[in-house]
Write a protein that binds this ligand. Structure first.
Ligand SMILES: [Zn+2]
Length: 751
């Protein structure tokens, strides 16, 4: 190669490397040796070093970049990331197809319309006994009968041919990994975020950039340009061989290995140092779309074709099926193949291919109706039960945990299993010393399925239930079902320290109050020191700074961080508080639905149990049944519940839905994009990001011509160089503060 123009050579090298990346990581068909590849990359690095002005963020040399993060920023999803309803049952798969068919078949929708018309026609004559009305009703009855017979015939015929619909079903293997949303803007990877709670996830862009199968820039062409916005959803996972390599390295280093590839993947994505992520070869396969602007697809197949052209990998095993019979055949076929795949597959996802049909079916509050996952039955193994320990949960429930002889099942060595509760032990007649059949499905903790009674030694005594709480020795009560059989046991001591500890850990954890600096260890330390005896005590800690500082390994800085974290957590909003209190049956989804509907704790306290279990959201059932309604209602009206709410109110914890920030903060940075880099003195990068966003601005992790300001701390490095080249305004930390102050003061002065 002879080049006089470095830009030209750089462009050519990048292009070539991207093509080889794609051949190697996406198509698994490399055309050059690793050594040749390294030579290309080295030459590019050299040229970029000689001409730093030509360095861009989408260069293949920039996959690992930047200093380790201090934490992950939470970002909202442009479209919610829902989970997928799943079933282990062929029957349910058929029922799902039937529901799709019923909603989509034009003959059935017409019959529905005709039935509705008859209802409407009869509404004015309801209850009237005159001749004319009676004859009209008789006519209606006959018509209904005819229509129902017709509908039944259509359904019977449809069931026979496997519910074929206009358009197809699309089936693909379900990979047991971590869901991710990749956001490309004008072809450049701008953001990668985890599912999180479905509406907000973690910004893991820096880590995702290290995955070579994910293009930093879409391979757009004139025929197929990149849309303005393209969100690709897919699964990040570790191939089995890579998982084993990582675990072996952990074992060699004397560290605890990961339980399964999924945990290892999740753990890797949570690494703050992208260098460490790059060492583990994560993989990616796309399976869906989020927000797309500037381009429309009519089917999923078309969408996948476009992804393939742009160099985004999707499962090569995805197949269109005409009927649910074909889907079932495919499920059996995958099952036979799945041992030979390089990664874990725990089921098959089936969805409608046509987007207009998806639209027609819509979603429930948790799942899309146009999609279902069939999961393969769990793998089983035989082992011996050695011991049972009782653990106290946050609701006081005593959960038996089994220790068994180690046994290999579903890809991992298993030694512990949950026995759920004493009722379960009675029902299955599980005794210490028994030979048990255990089962493990995906990420679920192994369970004891049954006892092999033929193997039971003579005179094996039944397992004794705990009569006292194993932690506080408090009174234990057994709960019974309708037939009087024991279900579970609970420690009844309201002051049980074990329960309180579990509740506090849950309350402070991410997803609930997300108190920075208050992880499990700190909660235990504070509780042991007698500083935490209730939720309210958390918010009194600032009055006990001296006692805090007296704790082991608690310096000024750590204590201040903890107190700042507690202060910040007060504004999380009602849904997070409700979820954090550890009320039975109230998880994050239910808490969000309740908070959204009632708005404030006061309105929720005033609601009747009937109202809680029957209200609708957006014209749909809320999904809150009598059990959940009873639980929340009981909590809010119990002395303990009232006391907790009072304590939180007194501490100024927000007990209403958090207000959209735009309403009370001047949007002085609207339309402006900020990048923050380098080591900062006065505040963290996250804090600046939050302030920018509160004031209507956007933040980005890389400098481009669209960047308006670069806030640069010490050792700002390549981003600073880039900003200066592009003429982006660079602010020191104090200049940033000035900018913010000036605007805020300016705002206040306005009439
Ligand atoms: Zn107890």
């Amino acid at each position: 190669m002879t080049h006089t123009d470095p830009q030209q050579e750089i462009d050519q090298l990048r292009d070539e490397i991207r093509k080889h990346d794609r051949r190697y990581y996406v198509d698994a068909a490399p055309t050059i040796t690793d050594q040749e590849y390294d030579e290309l990359l080295d030459r590019l690095k050299q040229l970029e070093a000689e001409h730093p002005e030509l360095l861009t963020t989408d260069s293949p040399t920039q996959r690992v970049g930047g200093e380790p993060l201090e934490g992950f920023r939470t970002v909202p999803h442009a479209r919610p990331m829902l989970s997928i309803d799943n079933t282990y049952d062929v029957e349910n798969l058929s029922k799902w197809a039937q529901r799709c068919f019923e909603a989509l078949d034009p003959r059935l929708t017409e019959i529905e319309a005709e039935l509705a018309a008859i209802d409407q026609r009869e509404a004015p004559i309801k209850g009237k006994r005159d001749k004319e009305s009676q004859s009209l009703r008789k006519q209606g009855k006959e018509q209904r009968e005819t229509l129902r017979v017709k509908a039944d015939e259509i359904l019977v015929a449809a069931a026979k041919c496997g519910y074929t619909i206009e358009g197809d079903y699309l089936a693909e293997p379900k990979i047991d990994g971590v869901a991710i949303n990749l956001r490309y803007e004008n072809g450049l990877l701008m953001l990668a975020s985890t599912r999180g709670d479905g509406t907000h996830g973690d910004d893991v862009t820096q880590n995702i950039r290290t995955i070579h199968a994910i293009p930093l820039r879409l391979a757009a062409t004139a025929a197929l340009p990149a849309p303005e916005v393209l969100e690709v959803r897919g699964e990040i996972f570790l191939p089995n061989a890579e998982f084993q390599r990582i675990n072996q390295a952990f074992l060699d280093a004397g560290k605890e290995p990961f339980a399964n590839p999924r945990n290892a993947t999740a753990g890797t994505l949570k690494q703050l140092d992208s260098m460490a992520v790059a060492e583990r070869r994560l993989q990616f396969l796309a399976h869906g779309q989020g927000e797309v602007v500037g381009m429309e697809f009519d089917t999923h197949t078309r969408f996948l074709e476009a992804l393939a052209a742009w160099g985004v990998p999707a499962s090569p095993l995805a197949k269109l099926c005409r009927s649910i019979h074909e889907v079932w055949k495919l499920i059996e076929q995958f099952d036979a193949q799945r041992d030979q795949l390089a990664y874990d597959v725990d089921g098959v996802v089936v969805k409608l291919d046509r987007f207009d049909q998806r639209e027609q079916l819509g979603t429930t509050s948790r799942f899309p109706r146009w999609c279902i996952a069939y999961k393969y039955p769990a793998e089983q193994a035989v082992t011996k039960l050695l011991q049972v320990d009782w653990q106290v949960g946050k609701t006081g429930k005593l959960t038996p945990r089994a220790t068994m002889e180690p046994v290999f099942v579903a890809g991992t060595t298993v030694q512990h299993a949950t026995l759920h509760n004493y009722g379960e032990i009675l029902r299955k007649d599980i005794r210490i010393g028994d030979t048990v059949i255990i089962e493990k499905a995906g990420e679920i903790i192994p369970q004891v399925v049954r006892v092999d009674l033929d193997q039971r030694p003579a005179n094996l005594p039944p397992l004794e239930p705990p009569e006292k709480c194993p932690d506080c020795a408090g009174e234990v009560e057994a709960e019974q079902d309708d037939t009087g059989k024991e279900t579970a046991r609970y420690c009844m001591n309201p002051e049980c320290p074990a329960q309180l500890r579990e509740r506090l850990i849950h309350f402070a954890a991410r997803g609930q109050m997300d108190i920075d600096g208050m992880g499990e260890k700190i909660v235990l330390q504070l509780a042991d020191a007698g500083l935490l005896n209730s939720f309210g005590d958390i918010f009194e800690l600032h009055k006990k700074r001296e006692q805090l500082l007296a704790l082991d390994r608690m310096g000024e800085k750590k204590a201040d961080n903890l107190l700042a974290g507690i202060e910040a957590a007060k504004a999380r909003g009602l849904d997070r508080v409700l979820c954090g209190l550890g009320i039975r049956h109230i998880g994050s989804t239910v808490a969000r639905i309740l908070a959204k509907h009632y708005g404030t704790i006061k309105t929720l306290q005033e609601a009747t149990r009937e109202d809680i279990q029957s209200f609708q959201t957006d014209g749909q059932e809320s999904g809150i049944g009598p059990e959940i309604a009873t639980s929340i209602h009981h909590f809010l009206h119990s002395p303990a519940g009232k006391h907790v709410i009072e304590e939180l109110r007194a501490a100024n914890v927000t007990l209403a839905v958090s207000q959209p920030i735009e309403q009370n903060t001047p949007q002085i940075f609207a339309g402006k994009t900020f990048v923050v880099t380098g080591k900062l003195e006065k505040c963290t990068r996250d804090e600046i990001h939050a302030l920018v966003e509160q004031h209507g601005g956007k933040t980005s992790s890389s400098v481009s011509k669209n960047t308006d300001y670069l806030v640069a701390g010490q050792k700002a490095g390549s981003k600073l160089v880039k900003a200066e080249q592009l003429g982006v305004r660079v602010l020191s930390e104090s200049q940033w503060e000035e900018l913010l102050d000036r605007h805020e003061v300016g705002q206040e002065k306005r009439p």
